[in-house]
Design a protein. Structure first.
Length: 442
């Protein structure tokens, strides 16, 4: 039902955009078309932008950067601004599908090379310097682990061993830990390589059988109790899972949801200390960001530049950050969290509580001691992504086969016990019957 609803909404959005395009062509309205993720912008800012510029924002939401690429490369809709992930920004740039952003004539973009978080700026210069004027960072973060605090040992294992805590259950000595991994093949492969201190972008396994078998063995040995999606954070929050792989933003989603569902305490008495889960970003993590860019589908580059400039206005960016809840990329917005520390986050929890309890919020790379060892996931071709899927499927199949074998052996053992017991009872009854007959004969 949900899938049908989403499809229907997509059709409605498509017709709406087509209708507005006709109106635009007749000169009756000014419209900007935004391609975005769901619930990833404070839509009150659309009204503020329209009031300031006279330009209406029409938004279409998708669930992946890959879908954004497909829509942009198809060229059938005149998207003016899109907000894909970093690796997809690189691919769009390499495929000549982006316009350069006008960083010279707009107030909040003139210092584009210094206004963003210093660690993020370093990584952008190191990994994708050619795109600096083709995208403006929106939110950023790092790959991390959400862990349950119901067992005290979890915190120590995670902070001592980093991503190895996901792949080696023998590290947990005070209980039998349950682990979870996102059902995204590339993430699982990258997480394993990071757990081994390797480059998460390594492609050796694609063509090298020995490397592929080692990768399958490593992921299989983790024996993940759950492969899932966003449900993983809920399972960790409820205590069904001890630790799972995640993006930092997903943890802050879990924090808000936990408070909303009463896990933080009674209404008006909420406390982050009551939430039974936390987050950790290992020192050898990979960072990521989503960025605003102007696809070559745009028919209104002026509107697009105005919108990006509007979203980089510190006041607007702060409002947006408070709504979305992810780590802000602008240094000016990070500073505003101190200025507005007493403002409500949820109930009795303030913005100051969030930033002091979770230091990774304003500094996703807080645990990193050597920034040169932090990388970003690179764009990959279909051969690599297919190889990732094959590795994960084989890892799961082997685990499933082992579980099935174990179940079969248990059934056989139980059957043997039942047959043995039946045979024993039969012998006893026969002996009793024989004895009774002998007594009767006498």
């Amino acid at each position: 039902m949900k899938k049908i609803f989403i499809t229907a909404v997509s059709v409605i959005v498509a017709f709406t955009i087509a209708a507005i395009l006709i109106l635009n062509n007749s000169g009756e309205s000014k419209t900007l078309y935004l391609l975005n993720w769901g619930e990833y912008i404070d839509e009150e800012l659309f009204d503020a932008f329209e009031e300031e510029t006279g330009v209406q924002v029409v938004q279409e939401c998708v669930t992946s950067s890959e879908t954004m690429y497909q829509k942009i490369s198809a060229g059938t809709t005149a998207y003016d601004v899109a907000i894909p992930g970093d690796y997809m920004i690189t691919k769009l740039y390499e495929d000549n599908l982006l316009y350069k952003i006008d960083t010279q004539n707009y107030e909040y973009m003139k210092d584009y090379d210094t206004i963003f978080d210093d660690n993020l700026t370093y990584l952008r210069n190191k990994n994708m310097s050619e795109t600096l004027e083709y995208c403006m960072p929106y939110f950023w973060g790092a790959y991390a682990m959400i862990y349950s605090t119901r067992y005290e040992g979890n915190k120590n294992v995670v902070e001592t061993n980093g991503f190895k805590a996901l792949f080696d259950k023998s590290l947990y000595t005070d209980h039998s830990a349950k682990t979870g991994m996102y059902n995204t093949a590339r993430w699982a492969v990258s997480a394993y390589y990071m757990s081994q201190g390797m480059d998460p972008n390594d492609e050796t396994f694609v063509t090298n059988k020995e490397a592929k078998n080692a990768l399958i063995k490593g992921i299989k040995s983790a024996s993940f109790d759950m492969w899932g999606d966003d449900a993983l954070k809920r399972k960790t929050a409820s205590g069904d899972i001890d630790i799972c792989f995640t993006q930092l933003g997903d943890f802050f989603d879990a924090v808000y949801l936990g408070l909303e569902e009463g896990m933080g305490g009674a209404e008006g008495e909420e406390s982050l200390a009551n939430l039974p889960y936390n987050v950790y970003v290992p020192s050898n993590t990979a960072a990521f960001f989503d960025g605003m860019c102007i696809p070559k589908t745009s028919k209104n580059q002026e509107y697009a530049n105005e919108f990006i400039n509007f979203m980089l206005n510190p006041d607007n960016a702060f409002q947006n950050a408070c709504f979305v809840g992810y780590s802000p990329a602008l240094k000016s917005v990070q500073n505003m969290y101190s200025e507005y520390a007493d403002e409500e986050y949820y109930g009795a929890v303030t913005l100051g509580d969030i930033t002091s309890t979770y230091e990774f919020y304003l500094n996703p790379l807080k645990s990193v001691t050597d920034l040169s060892k932090v990388t970003m996931l690179e764009p990959k071709n279909s051969d690599y992504l297919t190889a990732c899927e094959a590795v994960i499927n084989q890892s799961k199949a082997t685990v499933s086969e082992n579980k099935a074998l174990g179940t079969t052996l248990c059934i056989l053992a139980l059957s043997s016990i039942i047959l043995g017991t039946a045979a024993y009872v039969t012998v006893v009854l026969y002996k009793k019957y024989k004895k009774d007959n002998e007594v009767a004969a006498k």
